[in-house]
Structures are given as C-alpha cells and as structure tokens.
Design a protein around this ligand. Structure first.
Ligand code: ADP
Ligand code: MG
Length: 323
C-alpha cells in the first residue's frame, strides 16, 4: 500500500527529537493541558514525558505497543482531516522496539493505574499501581539494541538543539497547553498555557521578538489565517523564527514564506527573512501532502491564488501599521 509506505517513510524514530514529537503529540491527542518534557544527554540516555491527559484504560495498555493493523487514514491527504495528530499507530511500537521504555498511566474513569516496562519491545513487567490521571513515559538508552542506528546520532549538544526546536514549535503551536521543558535538570521553557500565542512566543524567543510582532487575522474563500509576523532585520540568520501551522500541524511551505517576504520587500527593500508564527486553516481536501522523514510539506491546490491573496492582505496590513 503506497499510502502506508509513504507514511512509514516518515521514520518515527530517527532521533530523540522525533521521539519527543511523537510522544508529545500523543499527549496532545489525550487532551492534556500540561505537558512536561525532560531530556538528558540530548535525549540519548533519557526522554521523559509527563502529561495530565485522559490516560489509557488498563485493558488497553499492552495494545498501545502493538503496531496497529490498520491506519486511521486511507490517503495521506486525509491526515489534515483528522482531529488527532496520531494516525499511523506505530510510534509506541517503533519507539519501544529500540529502547527501554517504562509507562505509568491511569485512565480518567478508573481508580487504579498501570505500570508497564518494556525492554527492546518485550514486556518485562506489568502491574497495577496508584497514580494520577494521565501518562508518564520514560525512554532510556535509545538504540541500545541497534548499534548501527546509534552511531548515526549526533553529539548530545546537537541532539539537544533539535529536541529544543521541536518542543518550541509544539509550544507555540499549542499555546493553550502549558509546556515545561527540562534539559539535564535545567528548566529551559515554561509556557503559561493561557491560550495566548504571543505569550508562548515570548517564552520561547524572548520579549525583544515577541513585542515587535504584528498581529494578523484574515479570512477569505480560500483560507483563513491568524498569528504574527515581524521584520527579521536583527535576527535574520535564524530560520527557526519561521513557524507555519496548517490546520494545527507544523509544516514547511515555501509559498507562504514567499508571500510574507514579498509583502515585506515591497515596503522594506532590504528585508531578508521575515519572522512568522502563522496558523493557516484550509479545506484539507485542497491540500497535497508530502511526508518526509523530519518534515511535512504541503502544496495548496490554488497555490497562486493563495499566494496573491495573502501577500496583498499582508502588504495592506504593513502599510496600515506604518511599516
Ligand atoms: P497513534 O498516535 O498513531 O494512535 P501511537 O503509537 O503514537 O499511535 O499511540 C498508540 C496509542 O496509545 C494511541 O492511539 C493512544 O490510544 C495511546 N496513547 C499513547 N500515548 C498516550 C498518552 N500520552 N495518553 C493517552 N493515550 C496514549
Ligand atoms: Mg501517536
């Protein structure tokens, strides 16, 4: 099945950052309002995720680690129709197969929780435990049983940077969730989870950036958009300052970036890279989705029209703001 293979090519467990992304997305799908992410040695020795989501019923816990026979979607395009971020049912199976994994979880409607321990995908122990509603997952020693893949991991520092980048994108994409991120015992990020995207941006990138952004908000037949843009003359080398979320998912989209930089260029000729944190909502049926190992690329059906409409809106907005 081409669809499944296309998705499987998404390499769930390439490196610590991809594991963190999958686990945090599970926490989001579970309706968590607080998510704590803790890593040690770039995530190589430890990744710990704590959430206050609905948890997993005790009778379902073992099943989570089995590769689902059927995916939740029939076509890659359907990905953007789902209400959940998870769709392949293979993250926990893949992650547990290459690590030592411990999960403690309690379902909201049950009084007792479950603790399960897997080593290289094999269940070592499973017992009932008292715990709060929600889920705690500990992943230790990734790739301990696949030395060839372990060799491909980069330095602790470099893996940490990628994990941080992943967490930052999620924290800004979900400002209604309180994210706490701890690296080697040090708190790196602690967002308010108040639903205000600019507050999450401030926590991640600082006041200098967050206080110089222009709020955008626009609707037309083809799409609607909200979020923030800014002029990146100071931080122009920082590519991380470009976040595009389509229907809630972080994506790469050259056309959107071009519309923003063109709008800026028409007003400030020297501008290099615009800053943007924007959320675009479109009819999922009008998207062409391509999944690469570490990123999601989308193409719009009416690419040219969307580009022009967005660029013209932004130009007018920038002029109005006297920029
Ligand atoms: P998918 O997210 O594609 O369904 P995963 O392997 O990521 O596949 O997760 C398998 C299942 O385990 C999920 O569908 C969900 O039911 C359950 N699960 C995983 N993590 C959590 C969590 N943090 N809270 C509640 N349920 C979870
Ligand atoms: Mg998942």
């Amino acid at each position: 099945d081409i669809t499944i293979n296309k998705i499987a090519a998404g390499e769930v467990v390439e490196r610590p950052a991809s594991i963190v992304k999958e686990l945090v997305e599970n926490s989001i799908d579970a309706g968590a309002s607080r998510i704590t992410i803790e890593i040690e040695s770039g995530g190589k020795s430890l990744i710990k995720i704590i959430d206050n989501g609905h948890g997993i019923p005790s009778s379902e816990v073992s099943k989570c680690f089995l590769r689902h026979a059927t995916s939740k979607i029939d076509a890659v395009e359907d990905l953007f129709k789902l209400n959940t971020l998870g769709f392949r049912g293979e993250a926990l199976a893949s992650i547990s197969a290459v690590s030592k994994l411990e999960m403690t979880t309690k379902y909201k409607d049950e009084s007792i929780g479950t603790n399960i321990y897997l080593n290289g995908g094999k269940v070592v122990s499973k017992e009932a435990v008292g715990t709060n509603t929600g889920t705690i997952i500990l992943i230790k020693d990734i790739f301990f049983n696949t030395p060839a893949r372990k060799k491909f991991l980069k330095s602790d520092h470099s893996e940490t940077i990628t994990v941080s980048d992943t967490v930052n994108k999620l924290a800004i994409g979900y400002p209604n969730i309180k994210f706490k991120y701890i690296n080697n015992g040090k708190i790196m990020l602690d967002t308010p989870g108040d639903g205000i995207q600019n507050n999450a941006i401030r926590c991640v990138y600082g006041r200098e950036i967050s206080s110089n952004l222009i709020n955008i908000d626009y609707k037309c037949n083809l799409f609607s958009v909200d979020g923030f843009i800014g002029n990146n003359n100071i931080f122009r080398s920082n590519r991380n300052l470009q976040h595009i979320y389509i229907n809630g998912r972080f994506v790469k989209s050259k056309i959107i970036l071009d519309a923003i930089s063109e709008a800026y260029k028409s007003i400030i000729p020297i501008n290099k890279h615009a800053i943007c944190f924007i959320n675009i909502y479109v009819d999922p049926a009008k998207l062409d989705v391509n999944i690469h190992p570490a990123k999601l690329e989308v193409k719009f059906e009416k690419e040219r029209e969307i580009y022009i409409e967005l660029r013209e809106y932004l130009k007018a907005k920038l002029l109005k703001n006297n920029l």
